[in-house]
Design a protein around this ligand. Structure first.
Ligand SMILES: NC(=O)C1=CN([C@@H]2O[C@H](COP(=O)(O)OP(=O)(O)OC[C@H]3O[C@@H](n4cnc5c(N)ncnc54)[C@H](OP(=O)(O)O)[C@@H]3O)[C@@H](O)[C@H]2O)[C@@H](O)CC1
Ligand SMILES: Nc1ncnc2c1ncn2[C@@H]1O[C@H](COP(=O)(O)OP(=O)(O)O)[C@@H](O)[C@H]1O
Ligand SMILES: [K+]
Length: 510
């Protein structure tokens, strides 16, 4: 699903107005009308006290349209205008006129804390104070209203975006309305998926307000959301007349003393995501561990007998090499890594200590083959690209890094974002149960296994991140969040593939 930017949303409005030859107020009527229907379908006339807080822009105008529809349908509604500015938008004024025609209970104007109403826990709050137009911190008294809503524990429906959250920047130290549900128009907003702003989002739903299809189909967005529908399209079915050679040979260079589990997990995951052949490269000490725990995997060891890999040399010709999990950053391993990069021509997936070694010696980055996949968690990413001011700047820096080194950056997080050629692919699968040691090692194995099978590296990164999270989502039905371990994610990889074609994805609301 496309994630439109602020400018693109405003352009979609304009395109719709032109294509349908309608004034902009019709669009507000439509958006507010659909939002009303959403509420009405759920309340079915129940006598709930509804408190609608409206700003003075178009988000506020939407609120007034919702209020009018609710009044017309017999609901008990109190409407407030949060007067943070005197610059009322034209359509806000249109919506106000229409509301005044339908009720004698005109909206109360709030100008300071003294004007705030009480909010009872059983009220339904509709937040239409700020929409995507927020571009600076709200006044202190307005933020106090956000706090009042948050402390009320009332069910809160935020329209388009929670007030206090900007669509394209992080406003530091700003209070944000913590909505129970965010009902967002036409397109999810990138801010919902970034840690600094996404933490305020519990549930979000897209409301299709019928913006111009031609515009929506043709617009190229920087960001897109990857769900089951997108993943399905990337899946490569296995062929009847195929053999293990068809699905490639993966080599995983991983493990050191005390961290052989990382090698075991990534190798198992590589096998379970469909690679034809998997070879583990590790220390001699690792040989019995690998051979007993994964008999399907072949093992090549370095010729030394120490705790760490001291040399990377093998006489097989893998289709892809995954490197890094549990490797350690011992001097001898660093040397071996550097020597390996100098001669290697095989596509790479780099994780964990391989990334740390790259961060310590940035010159090595120039040795990476084109389209290498790097899978940093936030700390590893920071070591690679430097500190960021906020999550939007993080993405910009990741983009610049990916362009400079022609690599695919898989920025792991609650919503993993794959960054490549100026595009952001935002993953929707996964859950907090995955915050457990070894789950990243599993991802390395999955991505390596997919490249081995012939998925191009970008598709492998996007599709693999989805499958990895999806396996964990299915697994928690059996383990709960706390009981999920990295090994269990591997066991559910097969289920994640099956699930691709099982049930259709929930459609956006209308
Ligand atoms: N296609 C769609 O999705 C449709 C969208 N629609 C709706 O329009 C909404 C966007 O409306 P909007 O552009 O009028 O902005 P909104 O958020 O109401 O803010 C109002 C104004 O506040 C100002 N301002 C900003 N920050 C401020 C601050 N801290 N303190 C004080 N003032 C501040 C700023 O003006 P400025 O002062 O910067 O000139 C801004 O313009 C969108 O979210 C959706 O609900 C539908 O109606 C139709 C279809
Ligand atoms: N709260 C979360 N929600 C969704 N996915 C998560 C969450 N926490 C971690 N993950 C996922 O789990 C993996 C953790 O990787 P990483 O930190 O490298 O683990 P390790 O180093 O222990 O293998 C990543 O793929 C990340 O996206
Ligand atoms: K809002």
């Amino acid at each position: 699903m496309k994630i439109l930017s602020k400018d693109q949303i405003y352009a979609a409005d304009k395109a719709t107005e032109q294509a349908e030859a309608i004034p902009s107020f019709n669009l507000m009527e439509r958006a507010g009308g659909y939002a009303f229907q959403y509420i009405h379908q759920r309340l079915q006339g129940q006598p709930v006290q509804i408190k609608i807080f409206c700003g003075i822009g178009n988000n506020g105008g939407d609120g007034l349209v919702i209020a009018r529809n609710l009044v017309e349908n017999g609901y008990s509604v109190k409407t407030y205008i949060v007067n943070y500015s005197e610059n009322r938008s034209e359509d806000f004024l249109n919506a106000l006129e229409e509301l005044k025609k339908k009720t004698t209970k005109w909206p109360e104007v709030l100008k300071s804390v003294a004007d705030f109403p009480e909010i009872a826990p059983e009220d339904l709050v509709v937040d239409c104070i700020f929409g995507i137009g927020l571009n600076r911190p709200a006044a202190v008294w307005v933020q106090q209203l956000f706090r009042l809503i948050n402390e009320s524990s009332a069910y809160t429906l935020a329209i388009d975006i929670p007030s206090g959250m900007a669509i394209d920047q992080i406003i530091p130290d700003s209070e944000v309305v913590r909505a129970t549900v965010v009902l967002t128009f036409q397109t999810p907003k990138l801010a919902f998926f970034l840690p600094q702003s996404g933490k305020y989002i519990n549930n979000w739903e897209v409301l299709d307000i019928g913006l111009d299809r031609n515009y929506l189909n043709s617009v190229k967005t920087k960001a897109q959301l990857i769900g089951k529908t997108e993943a399905q399209q990337m899946y490569r079915p296995r062929q009847k007349f195929s053999h293990k050679g068809t699905y490639g040979h993966a080599l995983l260079i991983a493990g050191s003393y005390g961290k052989m589990g990382a090698a075991v997990l990534s190798n198992k995951a590589c096998l379970s995501s469909g690679a034809g052949l998997v070879t583990a490269y590790s220390t001699r000490q690792g040989l019995p561990i690998l051979q007993t725990s994964i008999p399907e995997v072949m093992v090549v060891t370095d010729r030394h007998t120490g705790d760490f890999i001291e040399e990377i040399q093998f006489d097989i010709e893998p289709d892809v090499i995954g490197i890094g999990p549990g490797l350690g950053t011992h001097k001898s391993t660093q040397k071996a890594f550097e020597e390996f990069l100098k001669v290697n021509k095989t596509p790479l997936v780099l994780d964990a200590d391989a990334l740390n070694m790259l961060s310590e010696n940035k010159a090595l980055l120039d040795l990476l083959p084109k389209y290498s996949i790097l899978t940093p968690h936030p700390k590893e990413l920071e070591r690679l690209i430097g500190e960021w001011k906020d999550d939007f700047e993080k993405l910009e820096k990741a983009e610049a890094f990916s362009a400079k080194y022609d690599c695919i950056l898989v920025c792991k997080d609650a919503h993993t974002i794959v960054v490549f050629e100026g595009n952001y692919y935002v993953n929707t699968s996964g859950n907090p149960g995955m915050a457990t040691g070894g789950s990243g090692d599993v991802l390395t194995g999955v991505l390596t296994g997919l490249v081995a099978q012939g998925y191009d590296p970008l598709t492998a990164a996007i599709f693999g991140s989805f499958i990895h999270g999806r396996a964990a989502d299915i697994a928690i039905n059996h383990t709960g969040y706390e009981g999920l371990t990295a090994g269990v994610i591997v066991e559910f990889l097969g289920q994640a593939f099956l699930d691709l074609f099982h049930e259709p994805e929930k459609q956006p609301q209308k």
